[in-house]
Design a protein around this ligand. Structure first.
Ligand code: PLP
Ligand code: SF4
Length: 529
């Protein structure tokens, strides 16, 4: 009886209201109960919503000159100087993005990314026009082939807005240097003829600013090449022009899977409800999203800003991928930070927040060596049986290596027997096989052949220390008297009167002799292990 009563009351109860997930940033509502929107600049207050939300309207109403920008922001003298410079990198900002700026704050982090300063015109040590030597690695215009299995395909020089620190400011923004159908065909043709290319990264400029038909024909051209496994797009459109991420675009992209996309957000202030909805659409179209950011002085060179940024990204299902050290490109000198700042930020992320929220910190090698990850040291020391590690709090732990380990049997492994070839890249694949690539440090010269003990001699003899490792200038001198200065090309034994006996060295605190090959260092040997 009881059970029946309960059953019938459950049947007559009103249907439960569908669950509304207001925690999802893409579903957030504004005070009016409609989907949340970001601030809109007063000069566009009367623009009807259909226009404001139309990406074509946003693109054709971008602001680009001093007079227009002055109506939106209170400009400083240095910004006026930057905006009036005749030969500057292009300025063009969507009404949506410029509206996010606090008009009275000259240090606003969004403003500093898109409004030029007079300082942009200053040069600095190491500055280059093409700091990644992309032009030298281009077999056909706009295609950069630097790594064994993947290429960068620049399909346009145009962007939705222009970032002052842009690595490719030598071509980006310049409509006279644009890539079009003819260049796309030459790029596709190179990829067709180069079967080791299994990953193509579409960038520019920004591919998502291309006319939809032209974009689709380039993507389809790639998808028709059987050896192209994945297609990736690097785009700042979701940030500058989220209106462009419409259903039509997402349906088009979803036809060409597997396709991945990296967005480019530098500061939590760029994380708007519009961006959240754009990313939601893209992920629903099955496109995994990553974020690439650039470490920029005065914008995001702060552990707390970075932690907020990566956590807000994960909240909209965007995985932080890379944080780049600012390149040595013209116009970007005032954005540069020391590498130590990037390491400090990485220390503040690893262990302190979800692993999903931790990007990799990258220095893109000046001169075109490719991306180099830079990591704080978590590996303190190791010997043949123990590994000393430290955690994010500085706690030191020992990991005991296995006493028995049967090395992988490559003769019975079909992957080892049939490895993917890396034509033209033998130096890199050979690194672990003992085939070394030799990169000469700045200021050093090679005095002997490869493999000899005294390669890389510092050119300035006043900076020479006889036995290198562990001998710290000055401190050695205190204990061991003045340093003998070697002549170029003269071995240490000859400098010591040709007796063949090496001079006896006195080592101060913290200094130690260079261990023989294969031996652990003294510190690891006696104190830690
Ligand atoms: C960044 C880049 C790539 C892609 O590198 P990943 O580390 O695989 O993301 C490919 N080619 C060039 C020239 C690049 O600059
Ligand atoms: S969106 Fe990318 S390519 Fe375009 S200006 Fe910014 S950094 Fe350069």
């Amino acid at each position: 009886m009881d059970t029946q009563a309960q059953g019938s009351s459950a049947m007559t109860a009103p249907a439960e209201a569908p669950f509304v997930n207001l925690r999802d940033p893409a579903r957030r509502l504004g005070p009016d109960g409609k989907p949340a929107v970001s601030r809109r600049g007063p000069m566009w207050a009367d623009v009807p919503d259909e226009k404001w939300n139309d990406w074509r309207w946003q693109l054709s109403n971008r602001v680009n000159d001093l007079a227009d920008i002055e109506q939106i922001l209170e400009l400083t003298d240095e910004e006026r100087e930057g905006l009036s410079a005749p030969d500057k990198f292009r300025v063009d900002v969507t009404p949506y993005f410029i509206s996010l700026i606090e008009p009275k704050d000259p240090d606003d982090p969004i403003r500093r990314q898109i409004i030029p300063l007079g300082r942009e015109l200053h040069s600095f040590t190491g500055m280059m026009e093409d700091s990644l030597a992309e032009d030298r690695h281009s077999p056909v215009p706009g295609l950069v082939h630097r790594y064994p299995d993947r290429v960068l395909m620049l399909i346009t020089t145009q962007c939705a807005s222009y970032c002052r620190y842009c690595t490719r400011s030598r071509i980006v923004g310049d409509a006279t240097q644009n890539f079009n159908r003819k260049e796309h065909e030459a790029q596709l043709d190179y990829i067709r003829r180069t079967p080791q290319v299994r990953d193509v990264l579409i960038s520019g400029g920004d591919g998502l600013t291309l006319a939809p038909k032209l974009l689709e024909s380039a993507i389809r051209g790639l998808r028709e090449i059987p050896h192209v496994e994945i297609i990736r797009i690097g785009s700042r459109v979701p940030v500058f022009l989220p209106q462009r991420i419409d259903d039509e675009l997402c349906e088009m992209l979803a036809k060409y899977h597997p396709l991945w996309l990296n967005i480019h957000v530098n500061h939590p202030g760029e994380m708007t409800p519009e961006l959240a909805r754009a990313c939601d659409k893209l992920t629903r179209a099955g496109i995994p999203l990553g974020n690439q950011s650039v470490l920029l002085a005065g914008i995001n060179d702060c552990v707390h800003i970075q932690r907020e940024l990566v956590q807000r990204l994960v909240e909209i299902r965007v995985r932080p991928y890379y944080i780049y050290q600012c390149d040595l490109v013209e116009g970007a000198g005032h954005f540069r930070t020391p590498v130590g700042k990037g390491l400090e930020i990485m220390e503040g992320l690893r262990g302190h927040t979800s692993g999903y929220a931790v990007p990799q910190y990258i220095v893109d090698a000046p001169g075109g060596g490719g991306k180099i990850p830079v990591m704080p040291n978590y590996l303190v020391s190791y010997s043949d049986h123990k590994v000393i590690l430290r955690n994010y709090e500085g706690y030191i732990t020992t990991y005991e290596e296995p006493t028995e380990y049967t090395p992988h049997d490559s003769t019975g492994c079909r992957y080892c027997q049939n490895p993917r070839p890396e034509p033209g890249q033998e130096g890199l694949t050979g690194l672990l096989d003992g085939k070394r690539m030799w990169i000469e440090p700045a200021g050093f010269e090679q005095v002997h052949d490869r493999g000899a003990t005294e390669t890389h001699r510092l050119k300035d003899p006043s900076k020479w220390v006889p036995y290198g490792v562990g001998a710290i200038e000055g401190r050695v001198a205190q204990g061991g008297g003045p340093l003998p200065v070697l002549e170029a090309g003269v071995a240490a034994s000859e400098a010591n009167g040709g007796s063949g006996v090496e001079p006896k060295r006195v080592y101060g605190p913290g200094e130690e002799p260079r261990p023989a090959d294969g031996q652990p260092t003294g510190t690891a040997n006696h104190e830690l292990l």
